[in-house]
Design a protein around this ligand. Structure first.
Ligand SMILES: [Zn+2]
Length: 341
């Protein structure tokens, strides 16, 4: 157990409740519980694999920032809001503008009576096995909570917009490159918990749970190729960027992420702290799909706060994350597509 995890436990136990969108992921309520179920120890950062840096084209971070500016301009984007609809149309228009075929999967949750929508697009590779590159597009609902402190105007520049914006900026880059793996870009809805607290994810991760279930059904029927790995981007553009080592993530993918950060010279922004976080990668891990969450939650002062605005987002941070993702991809392909592990 790391210090940061212990700190989160203490907060949960005192009822301050870190949780919410991405619960600080303590499974039990006992300090004695060494770590949440599924959490693994941190990697040994002295051991890296040698990767060739594949930095993003200059200006990609700025492009992503401009997408984020547009998205933030739509206002709050929790399901049912005008901003939610506008953003979905914007994502689709952008992807279609690059010649991609876009799928929108809309459904109404029977228990919550809320309509959600996932958006996805496939960039074909030489092989059918897919690497999913994903984010969530919804923002935390900050209206109607019993505690007045939880009700405020929230635009989620980092928590929501940054991942979405970066996927949109990466799409044309990925389209230009020939590769073995097929890449699927997926924008999940309903990541955020409907309760203010995380509540062990009981009322959260709607989009990723739905996506994984549909994929499993299609796989059984032979209608869809296998997903070999997930790379998830969540809160990847904060000015003072720090992507933690997320400890539910598959160890091999964490090693690849860290090695890519080192190869690009971005190590001070990555894995300096380690903590588990429940996020859209959990439903994938639960069915045995290797997954890594690139997330800047630990110590993030703007998380679910009115200050999660464009002023605290930076094009440079988005560029740094893009560098690492693009440097990771060939190795993820090598390990999970060509070697078939
Ligand atoms: Zn959130």
């Amino acid at each position: 157990m790391t210090g940061t995890v212990r700190a989160s436990t203490a907060l949960l136990l005192t009822g301050i409740g870190l949780a919410a969108c991405i619960g600080a992921a303590m499974a039990g309520h006992h300090l004695a519980a060494a770590r949440p179920q599924g959490q693994q120890p941190p990697i040994d950062r002295r051991h890296t694999i040698s990767l060739r840096p594949a930095p993003a084209p200059a200006g990609l971070g700025q492009e992503a920032f401009e997408h984020a500016r547009t998205i933030v301009g739509f206002g709050p984007r929790n399901p049912g809001t005008p901003g939610w609809s506008h953003q979905l149309e914007y994502i689709e228009r952008q992807l279609q503008g690059h010649g991609l075929q876009v799928q929108r999967d809309t459904w109404t949750d029977r228990k919550e009576l809320i309509t959600f929508a996932n958006v996805s697009a496939v960039i074909p590779g030489r092989r059918k096995e897919r690497i999913v590159l994903a984010c969530h597009h919804d923002t935390k609902c900050t209206l109607g909570h019993p505690d007045p402190a939880h009700n405020f105007h929230f635009v989620g520049a980092n928590d929501g917009a940054s991942g979405t914006a970066l996927l949109l900026a990466l799409a044309p880059v990925l389209l230009r490159e020939e590769r073995d793996a097929t890449i699927e870009l997926v924008f999940f809805d309903g990541e955020e918990s409907l309760d203010w607290s995380w509540n062990e994810g009981a009322r959260a991760l709607f989009g990723s749970k739905r996506y994984v279930k549909r994929h499993r059904d299609a796989l059984l029927l032979g209608e869809e190729p296998r997903i070999v790995a997930l790379i998830l981007l969540d809160m990847v553009g904060r000015t003072d960027l720090h992507i933690q080592e997320e400890l539910f993530s598959t160890e091999r993918l964490r090693t690849i992420a860290w090695s890519a950060a080192v190869a690009c010279g971005h190590q001070k922004h990555f894995y300096q702290r380690a903590e588990a976080a429940s996020d859209d990668h959990k439903p994938f891990l639960d069915v045995g799909i290797p997954a890594v969450d690139l997330i800047d939650l630990n110590g993030n002062p703007h998380w679910h706060k009115p200050t999660d605005t464009l002023e605290n987002l930076s094009a440079q941070s988005l560029q740094i994350t893009a560098d690492v993702v693009l440097t990771m991809l060939p190795e993820v392909e090598r390990v999970y597509v060509r070697d078939g592990k």
